[in-house]
Design a protein around this ligand. Sequence first.
Ligand SMILES: Nc1ncnc2c1ncn2[C@@H]1O[C@H](COP(=O)(O)OP(=O)(O)OP(=O)(O)O)[C@@H](O)[C@H]1O
Length: 338
Amino acid sequence: MSEEKATIVYENEAESGANAAVEAAATPMIEIRGLARSFGNFHALKGIDLKIGRGTVFGFVGPNGAGKSTTMSILATLLAPSAGVAKVDGFDVTKHPHEVRKRIGYMPDFFGVYDQFKAVEYLHFYGASYGIPKAEREALIPQLLELVNLTDKRDAYVDSLSRGMKQRLCLARCLVHDPDLLILDEPASGLDPRARIEMREILKELKLMGKTIIISSHILPELAEMVDEIGVIEHGQMVAVGNVADIQSRLRVKRILHIRLLDRLEEAESYLEEQPFVNKLLRDDRGIGIHYGGDDSDQAELLSGLMGQGFRIVSFSEAQTNLEDVFLEITRGGAADE
Ligand SMILES: Nc1ncnc2c1ncn2[C@@H]1O[C@H](COP(=O)(O)OP(=O)(O)OP(=O)(O)O)[C@@H](O)[C@H]1O
């Protein structure tokens, strides 16, 4: 009888455990509703809504002063919102900051490093402050150094590291307590192209490890390869959220065409200006660029129309729109505060 009871209790626990797991999986990693933050009379965040699912790499983009760091500081429990709700893994950042902190690794845009430490000591210091026992740290820290390609710098003083190395050390620091969510404020800022590529490779590995990552930048092409979704913020408001392709399709500029002609450039421009779906013409020394709103079939019509007019076309191609074009189009190229 007692055995039977024990079995029943075990099954119930298993069931409720399974339910809890299903529930946890359904909870977004980040949920923000009506989030606002003012500094005096200045409204830095004007009520933003955002949901980020588990395992997503989310690129948070916007011009200087748009509100990216403010949002990230709130998620990191370092700044209180003026209104609205922000939750990490279902925990409200204001009501349960300790639960939130256990789950996040936060890399601010300006970080203080402890220059008198060696790289390895720096990580021990942070590991110890998270209560990780020494024996565990001894096993963990070499792995972290390996992940961020700093194994050969383990005994170098933090002071002596390059900016890119310091950024990577800072990233390793964010990982000591194995957080599910990484909040990275401009991790690639000030890095040279090689260091940016290294950073991007590390972030790809972190994605493979199942981390949810929110990463801000205003250097967009570097995000394009690794983000699943982007959110564009401007003047404290989210102006677009979705996967890169969705956002592109919502844009007025569907595609950019480029045409090179042997001659009669001005005539061709006048002709093109009259054609449907031609939104804007840009002339450069290599030919004519067109912001084009038509689809493939319209584009084919445009080309046969040009040929029908006897224009001597050297090339007619569609430029790949990238995140940079998307960003400039959405924000109309204007920095919020500049
Ligand atoms: N402590 C503060 N006091 C007053 N104004 C602030 C404060 N923190 C931020 N702001 C203002 O809020 C706005 C949003 O700043 P935030 O740092 O969030 O922008 P950002 O998008 O991260 O910009 P950047 O790309 O330059 O880092 C800016 O106009 C900024 O000047």
